[in-house]
Write a protein that binds this ligand. Sequence first.
Ligand SMILES: Cc1ncc(COP(=O)(O)O)c(C=O)c1O
Length: 448
Amino acid sequence: MNNEQLVAKDLNYVWHPFTQMGVYRESKPIIIKKGRGSYLYDTNGNKYLDGYASLWVNVHGHNNKQLNRALQRQLKQIAHSTLLGSSNIPSIELAEQLVDITPQSLQKVFYSDTGSAAVEIAIKMAYQYWKNLDAIQYAKKRKFLTLHNGYHGDTLGAVSVGGIDTFHQIFEDLIFENIQITSPSLYQSTYETEETMTKAILEEIEAILQQQADEIVGFVIEPLIQGATGLFVHPHGFLKAVEQLCKQYNVLLICDEVAVGFGRTGTMFACEHEQVEPDIMCLGKAITGGYLPLAATLTSQRIYDAFLSDAHGVNTFFHGHTYTGNQLVCAVALESLKLYKQNHVIQHVQKTSKILHNHLHKLANHPHVGDIRGRGLMYGVELVADKATRQPLSIEKVESIIAECKACGLMIRNLEHVITFVPILTMSKKEIKKMVRIFTKALTTILD
Ligand SMILES: Cc1ncc(COP(=O)(O)O)c(C=O)c1O
């Protein structure tokens, strides 16, 4: 099939995620044919630098020989058998390694296949944990503390603990009620300094906990960076303070590291920046190096123990997905972890992060650049129509910039008027510079 035929069939048959198909229909869809290293290639022979790591998942580059071989090796053994009532070799080995590399509080691994599922599982586990401990004493614990503009996925539980107003409006009748806290994001706030903002928000949290801790199951948080809603970076120390409050008021800390985990912020897990030990941690996205869908919910021994019983059906966690712990997926994740060590991926990210930071900050005085924020290899540039009022740049202009980047060989995405730079973690220094260069030129072409 040539490009035109594929486009016609795409429009005829495929319903794309998070996409207004009426608009997509009028666009010229790019159809990806292959990937090599940091580049994607389309069916017209165009080559694009993958500046969004194929939705924040790719770590070692596309078509990595070592990951390919791991997949082929596993295929020769078996593709899939179930974890219900039996186990398998890669899922056991991977669980051991995940426990080894995550914060010490986490001792058990529950597999699933998407970040949303990992969060859904965390919510159900946390809720049931209190019921298993003492259904009468903790009868009122049924709400979660969440952050405004938080994003934890698209299943109904994950939407419930998210903080996106539009989603809450659309699915209002189907989701459950939670307690939403102000997001600690200075640029979006009216506070003058991070110190005053942090103090005020922590006081807000403590006041709620003082009054309602007996109704609160846990605090669900994206550690350090609220990614999918605009890359809102939290002040240093905020996560640690939340951890302390959770401990003090007997509320579980649930860290959603689906986006920030596996090196994205410059440490293997974002919690490490502040030596935070969550009760539950959700992992997904980059867990397989960006190859296959896998997610995991890790929990403390204390939580696991609350589900133990000698009798079937007593305190059991009634949750499971058909492909839980699939061998192919786990074998690739294991090989990916090997590559992290072999290629010193975290150290590489720490170096390239400085380059991304420095090159993006050269744009600080641009009249349409309102804010530049991020950590590691996860940056956002907020584009504004007016620097003083912070009024967002029009979506048409933002989309023109994205289209211009594509025309010049860079694939990046915007979150409303925030342009995101979330490249493949092993991208070279040269490629990082190239990414910012193409974006800078697109800014000039469209806005000057
Ligand atoms: C923090 C966070 N949690 C959960 C999810 C949902 O993951 P998935 O799209 O794999 O369901 C995402 C996706 O972007 C995310 O960023």
